[in-house]
Design a protein around this ligand. Sequence first.
Ligand SMILES: *Cc1c(COP(=O)(O)O)cnc(C)c1O
Length: 409
Amino acid sequence: MKFATKLLHAGTAGYGEYGSTTLPICQTTAFKHDTAEEMEAIFTGEKAGFVYSRVNNPTVSAFERRLAELEEGKSAAACSSGMAAISLAVLNIVKSGDEIISGSGIFGGTYSFFGGLYRYGIKTVYPRHSTAECFEKYITDKTRLIFIEAIGNPKLDVPDIVQIAAFAHKYGLPLMVDSTSVTPYLMQAINYGADIVIHSTSKFINGGGNSIGGIIIDSGRFVWEREKYPLFKNFSKFGSFCYMAKLRAEQLKDYGSCMAPLNAYLTNTGLDTLAVRMDRICDNANKLARYLKICDKVQNVNYPGLTDHPDYETAKKQFGGRYGAILTIRVGTKEKAFSFINNLKYVFNAANIGDSKTLVIHPASTIYAADSDEQKVAAGIYDDLVRICVGLEDIDDIQADFGQALNKI
Ligand SMILES: *Cc1c(COP(=O)(O)O)cnc(C)c1O
């Protein structure tokens, strides 16, 4: 089955007993059971079932199954936000004394989360480039996780997943990939060797900007070797569900960052149109990048779909000829960047990505405002840089709005 068909039909069997064609919303806190014996069996994990919506809920489970299938994973857990997904997925693996190697130029919230882990004795290092060669220099006997983004937001570098997965596995380490910017439509990272895939579903998966959410998808393939990952000891009996069983029993249950049933419903509905949206968005972004490249007010256009982008070949190979929605431009000074943003007529100045509307933001004064100049440069953030996340409008109108705003700076 081709992806666009699978998108609409895989994992949707459990829509309930009444033949509902959309996912029913099970808006409940708890689930009653006829006998104490049955409740005991569910609580102890001997029987599958629902008890309390912080732990699992039928609407949320249906959404999880669907994404696990689309990403070619074994199991999935939905969370209250993309940051909840990242923090729970990482904390399921690392403990005090451990180290993480992360791509640089990653999403600001993830960077901030990794920074805060020093409070728990966990250190993160950021090689300048996301290549196996660069990462190798940072390997120590404390390294426990490799983390990258499919397309660095906003650095827009494209790591070679096959190469990095092979490198991670050589050292017995799991590779976690934040695939938010590409979605399963452009790439299934598990097929390239990733062990765990994360999405902020607030973005392209939802597509309409109406719900915060996140998801963790596990391939079920990584072997959590005892010496190196002692935390997994009690969960090895779950086999390929080892990672997910631990995550559900500990992080998801204890930190309580569950996805709300209504958000699962809204995001699940948005997911139906992922393929057509991503086709349109990627096409628009590619056209806009080419248009901005010949604008004399624009000094630099960064988009992995441009043939002179350093990672163009990797992007082409990994994402099937599509290059995502995000591009950045540099316009000379911070004042010009602000003037450009202020002169846009209908493009939104907003902090999110993956909306149906085209969005811009000035990252240096917002998402990265608290970072040092050195950190900003490492993340590819400059004072004159504007991030653009292209939406579903007609490309002629997007170009016209950008063109008139650029003419005024
Ligand atoms: C937005 C985003 C996140 C965080 O997701 P939230 O849903 O905002 O918590 C993580 N990674 C990437 C790449 C993002 O764009």
